[in-house]
Design a protein around this ligand. Structure first.
Ligand code: SAH
Length: 241
């Protein structure tokens, strides 16, 4: 049995933005190889009136425009009907749960996702509720649209799909995977602008290299991300090396 490719439907007012960066490099090759499938759907195609209006002024007043629930609903219904799975419907939104590696991994392990990209001030709340959408944020800042956020989410998932990264373990040693940020990397030349590569890395002593890297990862995490460090330290105190 060949399993269906990981499949993502993106609902957007700018379908021409896709695959965009996702058509390059690892993700782009995997797309051509059929490891994953991308369907960018133009929300405007679901507007009923002759001017293809997708937005309207907010009730209660205020600046900007809001995407209409009826139009977004039709767009979602069409892609959901075409899928024979129960992939989550994700709305990219600065009010959502901040995206992290654990959520990326869970999404990559599933059948794919339906990803809704907002524009203008956002999307009518009722359609977000009606489809029980999962709201995901890329971080505490505001983009002009959900598309770059969708691309980030999809890129994070695609690189974890079997066959995309070559399976050399580089995805399990990375930042966040063990609750730590990654250790620093070095390559040739050995001396660059009077800066030498740390001695231990050229010692050929694998155990020492491993210990040094863990040490560095711990130091960097402690210094830069006290939030991650607290969680890691609590976990590690249970299973101290
Ligand atoms: N008025 C909204 C911002 C709208 S920005 C607010 O203040 O919360 C327009 C669209 O860009 C949003 O609907 C969303 O889809 C997308 N977007 C903006 N910032 C984002 C972020 N940090 N993460 C994910 N999507 C974001």
């Amino acid at each position: 049995m060949t399993s269906a490719p990981w499949s993502v439907d993106v609902l957007t007012l700018f379908p021409d933005m896709f695959p965009g960066p996702l058509g390059q490099s690892l993700a782009g090759r995997a797309l051509i190889e059929g490891i994953w499938r991308l369907n960018a759907v133009d929300i405007r195609g679901f507007a009923r009136d002759k001017h293809r209006v997708v937005d309207d002024a907010p009730f209660g007043g205020g600046p900007g425009m809001v995407m209409r629930p009826d139009v977004v609903d039709e767009a979602i219904a069409s892609v959901v009907a075409a899928r024979n799975d129960r992939a989550p419907i994700v709305f990219m939104s600065p009010r959502g749960t901040p995206l992290n590696q654990a959520r990326i991994r869970a999404l990559a392990d599933g059948p794919g996702a339906v990803v809704l990209c907002g524009r203008f001030e956002g999307i009518d709340e009722r359609v977000v509720e009606a489809w029980s959408m999962e709201e995901i944020s890329l971080g505490d800042f505001v983009l002009s649209g959900g598309e770059p956020a969708a691309m980030a989410l999809i890129d994070g998932c695609v690189r974890l799909l079997p066959g995309v990264m070559g399976g050399d373990g580089s995805d399990t040693e990375e930042s966040f995977e063990g609750g730590l940020l990654e250790y620093p990397h070095y390559t040739r030349p050995r001396v660059w602008r009077d800066r030498e590569v740390p001695e231990v890395l050229i010692s050929g002593h694998h155990e020492k290299v491993r210990a040094w890297r863990l040490d560095q990862a711990e130091r960097i995490t402690r210094e830069r991300r006290p939030d991650l460090w607290t969680r890691y330290a609590a976990q590690a105190s249970g299973i101290k090396r």
